[in-house]
Ligand binder design. Structure first.
Ligand SMILES: NC(=O)C1=CN([C@@H]2O[C@H](COP(=O)(O)OP(=O)(O)OC[C@H]3O[C@@H](n4cnc5c(N)ncnc54)[C@H](O)[C@@H]3O)[C@@H](O)[C@H]2O)C=CC1
Ligand SMILES: O=C(CO)COP(=O)(O)O
Length: 315
């Protein structure tokens, strides 16, 4: 819808005919953000071939767990230079690949691939509430192309050449939002939230640098910007899940109830694996992983963070 607002024809590929019919006939998605009226220049089809027939660019917005399948699905229908923007936030479980690495491996041409990421809750963006985003690519022309393509009066786009940093930040902030939500769910306070967010940012920047990105990216919209939005917003699924988890809701129960992704639940494992391979310490991420996947009691895990040896803030 942002692209449509910017004056472009946007063709959505959707799995369900019901969704396509709702968008084509009523300009509404009957399953997600159902109150939003989409622009007349948004249409939908369940055929990749039809969706991509005249595509001058591709925007990928699937959950991160199915990015490789998405790349394979579009491969037969796009050219070798078609620009691709990926909005998904996560790391592939089997390989530890970032989204850009998955698409590069499947489709080739790293410089035509961009990551679009930032504090962009869909609930607000679709209403035209002022938001900013980062479009990161190793290809300067690609970043500039998408910067122009997405810019509207209320959606401000910035470019970056640090796609690795942007994608690590995007996956990371979801894990920290689960921890912040859980802290509030256990009755902790705003001091606790600020502590987790700030030390989470330190973890994020250590991993970004170890992966070859720039720590400065963590101070931009992809990093601290999205960290603030996700850790503080009522719209965040990750934060809300953390809160509910503290009150006894399981991941399966939450997903069944909302039919939505909780990217941080997977990212606490995938980022942990990336960090282990690079000998980077991620205490908060490890705590979230141990609670979600190893059955550790959250209060015991939180107490263990305070038991760690005392150290300088920056080292
Ligand atoms: N919702 C938001 O505000 C934002 C989400 N993102 C990222 O975008 C990605 C997608 O998130 P949402 O749309 O919010 O998730 P969602 O959970 O709201 O929707 C997921 C969509 O993927 C579809 N889907 C699920 N499995 C599929 C499969 N096997 N094949 C094809 N489609 C499948 C579902 O039908 C649904 O339309 C995530 O990586 C998320 O982190 C990024 C920025 C903002
Ligand atoms: O990435 C997002 C906002 O920028 C959405 O966050 P959640 O997946 O936690 O809702």
């Amino acid at each position: 819808n942002v692209l449509a607002t910017a004056g472009h024809d946007a063709v959505l590929w959707a799995r369900k005919e019901e969704v396509c019919a709702g968008i084509n006939d009523n300009h509404r998605n009957p399953r997600y953000l159902t109150d939003a009226v989409l622009g007349g220049n948004v249409s939908a089809t369940s055929s990749h071939e039809r969706a991509l027939a005249e595509a001058q660019a591709v925007v990928v917005v699937t959950p991160s767990s199915i990015l490789r399948q998405a790349a394979r699905d579009i491969a037969p229908f796009i050219g070798p230079d078609t620009p691709i923007a990926i909005c998904s936030k996560g790391v592939e479980a089997e390989t530890g690949f970032l989204p850009v690495e998955i698409f590069e491996e499947e489709l080739g041409g790293r410089d035509r691939i961009a990551a679009l990421t930032g504090p962009n809750h869909a609930e607000e963006v679709v209403k035209g509430i002022a938001s900013g985003t980062v479009i990161a690519s190793s290809g300067a022309d690609t970043a500039l192309f998408f910067q122009d393509l997405f810019a509207t009066e209320t959606f401000r786009t910035y470019v970056s050449d640090d796609i690795v940093g942007a994608e690590v930040c995007a996956a990371f902030k979801n894990v920290i939002a689960i921890a912040v939500g859980a802290a509030y769910g256990f009755g902790m306070g705003d001091n606790t939230a600020a502590l987790i967010m700030t030390r989470g940012l330190a973890e994020m920047s250590r991993l970004v640098e170890a992966c070859g990105g720039s720590a400065m990216t963590c101070l931009g919209l992809a990093g601290v910007g999205d960290l603030i939005a996700t850790c503080t917003s009522e719209h965040s699924r990750n934060r809300t899940f953390g809160y509910r988890m503290a009150q006894g809701t399981t991941l399966e129960q939450y997903k069944a109830e909302t039919h939505m992704v909780v990217e941080g639940a997977l990212a606490c494992k995938t980022l942990g694996a990336l960090a282990d391979a690079r000998e980077v310490e991620l205490p908060i991420t490890s705590m979230v992983r141990s609670v979600l996947w190893e059955g550790v009691d959250p209060k015991v895990a939180a107490a263990a963070l305070f038991d760690r040896s005392l150290k300088p803030e920056f080292y």
